[in-house]
Design a protein around this ligand. Sequence first.
Ligand SMILES: NC(=O)c1ccc[n+]([C@@H]2O[C@H](COP(=O)([O-])OP(=O)(O)OC[C@H]3O[C@@H](n4cnc5c(N)ncnc54)[C@H](OP(=O)(O)O)[C@@H]3O)[C@@H](O)[C@H]2O)c1
Length: 367
Amino acid sequence: MAGDIPSEHRALVLTSTDVGLELKTPQLGNVLVRVEAASLLSYHREIYNGARQYPQLDAPHAGGYSAVGRVAAVGADATALTPGQLVFADCTMRSRDGAGWFLVGVQASLDVGGRRLNADVYRDGAFAEYWTVPLENCHPLDEARLTQGLGYTTADLAYLSYLLVAYGGLRDISLEPGETPIVCPATGGFGGAGVLAAIAMGSRVIAMGRNEKELARLKAHVMSGNPGSSGLIETVRITGDEAADTAALQAFGLADAVLDFSPPHAAGSSHLRCAIRSLRREGRVSLMGLTSDFAEYVVIINNLTLKGKVMYERDDVTQFVKMLERGLLPRGESFVDTKVFKLEQAKEALHAAAEHTGCGRAVVFAP
Ligand SMILES: NC(=O)c1ccc[n+]([C@@H]2O[C@H](COP(=O)([O-])OP(=O)(O)OC[C@H]3O[C@@H](n4cnc5c(N)ncnc54)[C@H](OP(=O)(O)O)[C@@H]3O)[C@@H](O)[C@H]2O)c1
């Protein structure tokens, strides 16, 4: 198989210059993946133009997030992965011998050892034809079941990169079937994925957002994927009137959990406090956005649990892929509407990713 791997490939680097990378045969512990669909974030453009301050490696390095691709070659210590296999390749990198953690292509490590691992070993992200990732970051996908059986395209499967984050937060606060989480805000990419993940886990969801039109689209999207089911989703508009927004949430009864995906520019919004006030005693909150607007006396009075969560654990990926393969998620456009771009269309793709956001919308590179 190694003979099939070209000696050069194209990659999208942070300097926006095309760079030919020398491809090496995978070493012990890693896999070379031929990227088929690399997900973009709605805020990739802001990260790469410096408007959103994420710790970054010095340029040049290829950008990226997670991807769906095919194993091109494996290191000699691979025991299950084989060339040709379809995989979800995860950008979440963890040091094997320490506390280092980073998202290759998105966010560098704050840990010295992790930063060195990022800079020297896993430097380049998925915006490339080939991508080297650790063995444990490759999750096999049952291609026949997912594509022929359930009708997903490989581009659509890259939506896993959104759903998994929300699932990671919901699983971290032990969301149970039949419970009601409030997702706020729910009109963004990750919030929208949170609504779909929670429903797939057997929940009824209360979705909060500022944009009434987008809340209506979100509800219609959920119902199109779950025809015949009623009461799966309720929506509440964020008006900024704390008493009114809290009353609107509580009109649906006290919730069991909150999943928060507030972006940094939502600082000062009262929606999370309203959601926290609408929890039952012993309710749980997963803080996945970048907000500090959660100080609220009911946290103490009601014995609430607030947990920060970044991304998900490896076992969460295994579990969620099983849910997808069992058919617990919607299909076709009720799952996701994916816009596909070539690496050469980087500017258009970054722009589309910022615009084509919300539940069931995704943008990918198909290098
Ligand atoms: N913990 C993790 O592992 C993890 C992983 C990925 C992302 N994140 C976080 O998740 C955040 C959301 O990402 P995304 O891709 O979903 O972003 P997005 O698609 O841009 O969505 C942003 C959401 O925030 C809402 N919003 C913006 N300003 C607001 C305000 N002032 N008040 C209330 N709502 C406001 C938007 O509502 P409108 O529709 O009304 O504009 C939209 O629902 C990111 O910023 C990142 O910090 C965390």
